[in-house]
Design a protein around this ligand. Structure first.
Ligand code: PA5
Length: 443
């Protein structure tokens, strides 16, 4: 199996009986999903998406990506949260964190995911003298971070190439009918792509939200969708052996035993943004009603030199899920060094991936001995097909975990709080009542 959950290191922490005892709750969660009768049931479009996605739009995405690859040196992707993380995650996992420096296609820069003027100024500088296009992504069409960046970047584009040419270089991914972005796109004649009504932001990477930037990066989106379609079958069965359900059960059992933090760990730096995507998926889905595991992440062995001490020896509040990538994208043969100045000749004569694997095995044993339960998500490789599989694995595991936790895994009411405060503090019309009260609290 190209993506699997392996619990072989968990025996000392979870007995088989605990899985059996919990399983009826998995069956219930499965039933709620299949019958679309659980909380958040109007956001289940992701479940069949790998089969039911709009094929006509998919072809338009490929054509738009081809055009951008031919007429642009740079693609600026403006979006935040679910309208940002998935695309960047898949691109970096498949093409590497240095894809902009190493690949031949357009450079892809993500923006509109903060309100930092420094970050936006850097993006502006990166477009200097370059032919660039913009993909603005916002389901609601009203998100401040995205809208703020987009208004600046659109003006930059218009100033550089004129209004008419700019209109052919702006691609809007948004709601089918609603929102100011949709209205503006229609009035300017920009190519538009749809975020389906029944797919929430953090489940939208396999819609145009993720697919357009991913295709511009030269990644085979057919393979990505094929992986997800295979994941839909593999992780669709209601059984104890379903790897996504085993994962959901493992985290639920450990959470109920007092583990409040999950650390997703991987020995491949190219996986770092996939972990960010995972954190949004699980954090936004489960962190509500004053409960839920806190998702965190580490890249090893890098973070063994920072967080390693805590993981080994600090408060025993966490468990780890290691993403075990079986085949690295590239390997390096370690040659013998004359004089053996660094004392590392015992490693020579083999591939560096072997050393990385031994580091992983050593870490698993050390952390397990230190009282940290470790589960393994085994992935064949960081490529388009396997990322499709993995995305579906995480989606399914998240939905079932959320229902077992007793929350609505498809809403995010808490995200509004900071926005209301920010609008009030900035004097947005309609928020006048709150302004004075908040300012007094800041004194
Ligand atoms: O998961 C979510 O719904 C959020 O993270 C959104 O994706 C994020 O807030 C961006 O929203 P929008 O696409 O409406 O700009």
């Amino acid at each position: 199996m190209a993506v699997n959950f392996n619990g072989k290191h968990l025996e000392k922490f979870i007995s088989e009986y605990e899985y059996t005892a919990l399983y009826p709750q998995v069956e219930l969660a499965h039933k709620l999903l299949e019958s679309k009768t659980g909380p958040g049931n109007d956001f289940l479009g992701w479940m069949n998406l790998p089969e039911t996605y709009d094929k006509e739009e998919f072809a338009r995405i490929k054509a738009a990506a081809e055009k951008i690859r031919n007429d642009s040196d740079v693609l600026l992707v403006a979006g935040i949260g679910g309208s940002y993380l998935g695309a960047r995650a898949v691109i970096e996992a498949c093409e590497g964190v240095y894809h902009n420096e190493l690949a031949n296609g357009p450079k892809i820069y993500f923006c509109g995911n903060s309100i930092s003027p420094s970050a936006l100024n850097d993006i502006i500088a990166l477009t200097k003298g370059k032919r660039f296009s913009i993909n603005v992504i916002s389901k609601s069409g009203t998100t401040t971070e995205t809208a703020l960046a987009f208004r600046v970047l659109r003006k930059l584009l218009v100033d550089a190439v004129g209004e008419q040419e700019a209109d052919s270089r702006i691609y809007a991914t948004t709601d089918r009918a609603k929102g100011t972005l949709k209205q503006l796109a229609d009035s300017r004649g920009w190519p538009t792509f749809v975020v389906p009504d029944d797919v929430g932001g953090r489940y939208s990477v396999l819609t145009a939200v993720g697919l357009l930037p991913i295709a511009v990066a030269g990644i085979d989106i057919d393979k990505l969708m094929q992986g997800a379609a295979d994941g839909m079958k593999l992780f669709g069965e209601c059984s104890m052996e379903n790897p996504a359900y085993k994962y959901a059960m493992t985290r639920t059992i450990l959470y109920r035993k007092g583990k409040k933090v999950e650390t997703l760990a991987c020995f491949e730096p190219d996986f770092a943004m996939m972990s960010e995507w995972f954190k949004q998926l699980y954090g936004e889905s489960e962190g509500k009603d004053q409960k839920g595991l806190m998702p965190t992440s580490c890249i090893f062995s890098t973070d063994l030199h920072s967080m390693g001490q805590y993981l080994q020896d600090g408060s025993r509040i966490m468990f780890e899920t290691f993403v075990d990538v079986k085949q690295p994208a590239k390997d390096l043969y370690l040659e013998e060094l004359e004089g053996n100045f660094d004392g590392l000749n015992f490693l020579s004569g083999q591939n560096m991936s072997v050393v990385n694997r031994k580091a992983m095995e050593g870490t698993i044993l050390a952390h397990t001995d230190g009282g940290v339960p470790v589960g393994l998500i085994e992935v064949d490789a960081l490529d388009a097909y396997n990322m499709g599989l993995l995305i579906y694995f995480f989606w399914k595991g998240c939905a079932v975990s959320g229902y077992m936790l007793g929350v609505n895994p498809f809403d995010q009411p808490g995200v509004e709080s900071y926005k209301k405060n920010m609008f009030a503090l900035m004097g947005k019309p309609g928020y006048e009542g709150m302004k004075a009260e908040l300012e007094a609290k800041l004194k």
